[in-house]
Design a protein around this ligand. Sequence first.
Ligand code: ADP
Ligand code: MG
Length: 256
Amino acid sequence: MSLLDVKGVTKSFGPVHVLHGVDFKVDRGEVVGLVGDNGAGKSTLMKIVTGMYTADAGTISLDGAPILDFSPGARRKMGIEMIYQDLALARQQDVAANIFLGREPTRSLFGMRFVDRATMKREAQAMIDRLGAKLPAINRPVGSFSGGQQQSVAIARALTFNPKVVIMDEPTAALAVREVQGVLDLIRQLKAEGIGVILISHRLNDVLSVTDRIVVLRHGRAAANLKTADTNMAEVVSAIVGGGDISEAAAHEARG
Ligand SMILES: Nc1ncnc2c1ncn2[C@@H]1O[C@H](COP(=O)(O)OP(=O)(O)O)[C@@H](O)[C@H]1O
Ligand SMILES: [Mg+2]
């Protein structure tokens, strides 16, 4: 039984048919790449998984049980987390504040409730250590951090919800080359903890190096489902552009 099992998902926005009966699975401790050209339907499919959008048809199961509640809050409680490309961090706040944004631990003193900064800092540091993330100082505003370090904070924040599935939308797109490996290592750490990871990315080298499987969406259909160990860049690119047109595939690869 798969951890996440998406079956026959169909979605239209008015007259625009975006997804046509898409099947998509993720196992525990599996990293699945979700790739495809702009407009292929990747974000829409993931927003249906997180409950931001409702599918017109199809089912989604987690741990073998169909998900019937469509609210994003309920999905998060079930263990589905998505890290968006903009990371949704408070740039002026430090690491601990960002990790516990909106649900800070509190303590009582003379009948009043205070944010428990000591507990917050300790638990934030524990989460960073668990991930093996490298941060300059956890009491600095995250806006002063590099893109890779900010990504670490967003992943640590996601981990505090005890996710079963973590969906990452282009986590390496805006990073300096020397920072990419660090983020790929964080993905490997999530995998080692048995979390299922879905990686949406245009950076096929990253996808080929960190995933177990690659699903290619083309015009709203799952055009290929490839075991990473048995495929290569050319095959993935040809599935993305369709029809095995080598010159178009080469041009796509050159565009990155
Ligand atoms: N809220 C929306 N309303 C109307 N059309 C949308 C909406 N969201 C996405 N689309 C359309 O759905 C198609 C797929 O978009 P998207 O899922 O963002 O693709 P991808 O993430 O693969 O680039 C595009 O044609 C896009 O214009
Ligand atoms: Mg998208």
